[in-house]
Design a protein around this ligand. Structure first.
Ligand code: NAD
Length: 484
């Protein structure tokens, strides 16, 4: 699909959204295709004034939206879900164009994103309260759940649709309205979903969106007394800043932040399954995933076999523009991301790492990196401490269970962890010992609308998806009734 044909679609929006209108500002910023470097669109550069307008629209829409019954909100959400499915192919093409992930993965993300809208369409009807046995006769105590108010959803570029719906599904289900700030690399994916939301019947003003001058937008959001909740997905560094700023007006916060996932392969594991899981986890979205493995810990006696098998599979991965047939690893999002991967790989080599496959920029040039396997990794290396966010599998050796648990936990992060074993006692022992919000056991995928998603330690606060996701957008009100 050519870029001009994208523009023919009514879902292709480049303005900022206030009260149902897509508006332009005096200036724009470019959105690039990371595979080709082409400019896909010039998007309205919003700042303080536009953000304040968007917040005011969300505040004005709140009383009417919260007054709808849960079933009415549920029906609208369900229509939005259906429209996402109907537009899956176009949405995926747009996402591949601005984010770079292979088309098949982009289609998978559209379905994954839609699953949150479907799930919370159902959960909208379950924002139940409680009746509490009172201490005195003639009284009643009730705890009700109410929408928290205007919400700000700030999202990253790596899953530009799913990270948005994981917030907007529960926010709308709860009766909240909001302002959305997508990443400047990928605003078009977010805007397309918002255009679909309008078609589904989400009233004007319930969802508003701005992108552009991040600092000015952030300041306006954080200064606002109307915004009662910040739901953020992104780096730990920005998450900390937002949490500090939220203290000023005591906004509630949910933080989905960075990770440094360990992936432990014990000597009793099914090695083929562990290799298969490693490929699926590490090279999805070119390694630009918060729950992507950063450290492969392989027990000594199976280390060589695992590394050899992993390298064989990595050699088969086709790199290229995500729209091409058979491509499984796309470009990195931008030049600075490539530079970081290069820095981590060079640092690993300087500290004794052995390149088994890849290890350099790809011959395609641009933002492409060769899928890489590094053996003899150690904790001295940068890639052991920071998110590499690229297609690099670093393999560490270990001797025994206690040692590997200590090393796996030796990080300020705690988002996802994985291990492979055939020993049932070990399954429970190790999962209890890992300091992590999510644990995959003989399983490399931990993202689903059905289960709570979130981290411990500096990987975040709160949970998205599951029955817990709705709670993040609700306040509890206790009613004490006397004279009965
Ligand atoms: P980022 O923190 O740079 O940006 C995330 C969002 O915050 C973007 O919209 C960005 O424009 C905005 N932002 C940046 N500075 C801001 C500021 N001062 N005030 C307000 N907003 C600001 O992160 P990124 O590079 O877009 O995304 C990658 C990071 O996100 C990685 O660390 C990854 O692990 C993390 N992530 C976490 C999850 C999760 O669920 N835990 C999911 C996806 C990505």
């Amino acid at each position: 699909m050519t870029i001009s044909s994208f523009k023919d679609n009514e879902l292709f929006q480049t303005g900022y959204l206030v009260a149902g209108e897509w508006l332009q500002t005096g200036s724009t910023f470019p959105v690039f295709n990371p595979a080709t470097g082409e400019t896909i669109a010039e998007v309205a550069k919003a700042g303080k004034a536009e953000t304040e307008r968007a917040i005011a629209a969300a505040a004005a829409a709140f009383p009417t939206w919260r007054a709808k019954t849960a079933s009415q909100r549920s029906e609208i959400l369900y229509r939005w879900y259906q429209l996402m499915l109907e537009n899956k192919t176009w949405l995926a093409q747009l996402m591949t164009a601005e984010q770079g992930k292979p088309l098949k993965e982009a289609e998978g993300e559209v379905l994954y994103a839609a699953s949150f809208i479907q799930w919370f369409a159902e959960q909208a009807k379950r924002a139940n309260g409680e009746i509490i046995p009172p201490a005195r006769p003639g009284t009643r105590i009730l705890a009700t759940r109410e929408p928290i108010g205007v919400v700000a959803a700030i999202t990253p570029w790596n899953f530009p649709m799913a990270m948005l719906t994981r917030k907007l599904g529960p926010a709308l289900a709860a009766g909240c309205t909001g302002i959305i700030k997508p990443a400047n690399n990928t605003p078009l994916s977010a805007f397309a979903l918002l255009a679909l939301a309008k078609k589904a019947g989400v009233p004007d003003g319930v969802l508003n969106a701005v992108a552009g001058d991040t600092a000015a937008i952030s300041d306006a959001i954080m200064a606002s007394k109307e915004v009662r909740k910040i739901s953020f997905t992104g780096s730990t560094q920005v998450g900390k800043l937002l949490m500090r700023n939220a203290a000023e007006t005591m906004k509630k916060v949910s933080m989905e932040l960075g990770g440094n996932a360990p992936y432990i392969v014990f000597d009793d594991a099914d090695i083929d399954a562990a290799v298969k899981g490693a490929i699926a986890n590490k090279f999805r979205n070119a390694g630009q995933v918060c729950v992507s493995v950063n450290r492969f810990y392989i027990q000594n006696s199976v280390y060589d076999r695992f590394v050899e098998r992993l390298a064989e599979e990595v050699k088969k991965l086709k790199v290229g523009n995500g729209v091409e047939e058979g491509v499984v690893v796309g470009p990195l999002i931008e030049a600075s991301a490539l530079k970081k991967v290069e820095e981590h790989v060079n640092d690993a080599v300087a500290n004794g790492g052995r390149i088994v496959v890849g290890g350099a920029r790809h011959a395609l040039g641009g933002n492409f990196w060769q899928p890489t396997v590094i053996a003899d990794a150690t904790e001295k290396m940068k890639l052991a401490k920071e998110e590499t966010f690229g297609p690099v599998a670093a393999c560490f050796r270990f001797d025994d269970e206690d040692e590997v648990i200590r090393r796996a936990n030796d990080t300020e992060f705690g988002l996802a962890a994985y291990f492979y074993t055939q020993n049932l006692q070990r399954v429970f022992r190790v999962s209890a010992a890992l300091e992590s919000g999510m644990v995959g056991i003989n399983e490399c995928a931990v993202s689903t609308e059905l289960a709570p998603f979130g981290g411990v330690k500096e990987s975040g606060l709160g949970r998205e998806g599951s029955v817990l996701g709705l709670e993040e957008f609700l306040e509890v009100k206790a009613l004490h009734i006397g004279g009965l």
